[in-house]
Write a protein that binds this ligand. Structure first.
Ligand SMILES: C[S@@+](CC[C@H](N)C(=O)[O-])C[C@H]1O[C@@H](n2cnc3c(N)ncnc32)[C@H](O)[C@@H]1O
Length: 272
């Protein structure tokens, strides 16, 4: 099975306990199910397996030397640590969205949600998030991570502020005629460089699955039409801005940069 020109992908359960869920995922995503539990990763012709394990869904590259599966994880590891010790509204992404300037609860539309890492940071700082992700596979991983996090006392209240809306955000934004969110946040795939190709395994997998997001200029144009206060675009530190208007502000960090397109000043006080 080839996913729209991308890598071949199948669903597999690692043990009998996961088979029922694997069947559901397989029919929801119309992907083949490998029935045998504990498929050896190197004994399949599929490039990727979506594994159902007792720790949730994981996207696994096949092959003898492949690293472990990529999961959407909001409870343990980096996401949980950053939620508790991440630097609050002093973080660059928070400044870019405007959290330092307002005491309002901002509604942010993350129109390129991926595995929801950036959205989770913003939800952890009190924003209400709508997440759009067009890849059904990535969205399945995201929804699985959100589901597991909802059960956790630390992550639960944060993910309660995050709602997934399926579909392509360009098409959806182009159909809107009123502001859809206070801030629209975009993080399309970075242009590929040799260094990036060796970078995070999540990104390498993502690129195989979702492509290069070459339609980012159309996404920016659509977002600019229906953001109430601003559009924020995450870019590699030295990359040019996305084709389109010149950003009003650029906030540059160690590896990435936030290009901010401002429509109007954020209100300072709380909502009346
Ligand atoms: C670089 S990843 C985003 C990572 C994310 N910011 C995070 O923190 O996990 C880009 C994602 O945006 C999605 N995407 C790109 N264009 C999109 C569109 N027009 N509508 C919905 N999703 C889109 C891709 O499928 C991909 O999963």
């Amino acid at each position: 099975m080839i996913t729209s020109g991308g890598p071949s992908l199948a669903i597999a359960a690692l043990d009998d306990a996961g088979l029922a869920r694997a069947r559901d995922v397989s029919s929801a995503l119309s992907l083949p199910l490998l029935h045998e539990p504990a498929i050896p990763r190197h004994e399949t012709d599929y490039a990727l397996l979506l594994l159902v394990t007792d720790q949730g869904l994981g996207l696994q590259v096949t092959g003898r030397k492949a690293p472990g599966p990529v999961r959407c994880e909001f409870v343990r590891g980096k996401a949980g640590y950053r939620r508790d010790h991440g630097g609050g509204t002093g973080q660059l992404v928070a400044k870019a969205v405007g959290l330092k300037k307002t005491r309002r609860t901002l509604h942010v539309l993350d129109a390129t949600a991926g595995l929801g890492e950036d959205a989770y940071v913003l939800a952890g700082l009190g924003c209400r998030l709508t997440l759009m992700e067009r890849s059904p596979i990535v969205r399945a991983l995201l929804e699985d991570g959100l589901g597991r996090a909802a059960e956790d006392p630390g992550a639960g209240p944060v993910v309660a502020r995050m709602t997934v809306r399926p579909g392509d955000s360009i098409r959806w934004l182009e159909e809107q005629h009123e502001p859809v969110a206070d801030v629209i946040y975009l993080d399309p795939m970075f242009p590929e460089t040799a260094k990036a190709a060796k970078a995070k395994k999540e990104m390498a997998l993502f690129r195989e699955l979702v492509g290069n997001d070459d339609d980012a200029p159309a996404l920016l144009a659509a977002a600019l039409d229906v953001a109430r206060y601003r559009v924020v675009v995450k870019r590699p530190r030295l990359a040019p801005p996305i084709d389109g208007p010149v950003p009003d502000l650029q906030l540059t960090g160690k590896s990435s940069r936030f290009d901010v397109y401002t429509h109007q000043k954020l209100p300072e006080g709380p909502a009346e």
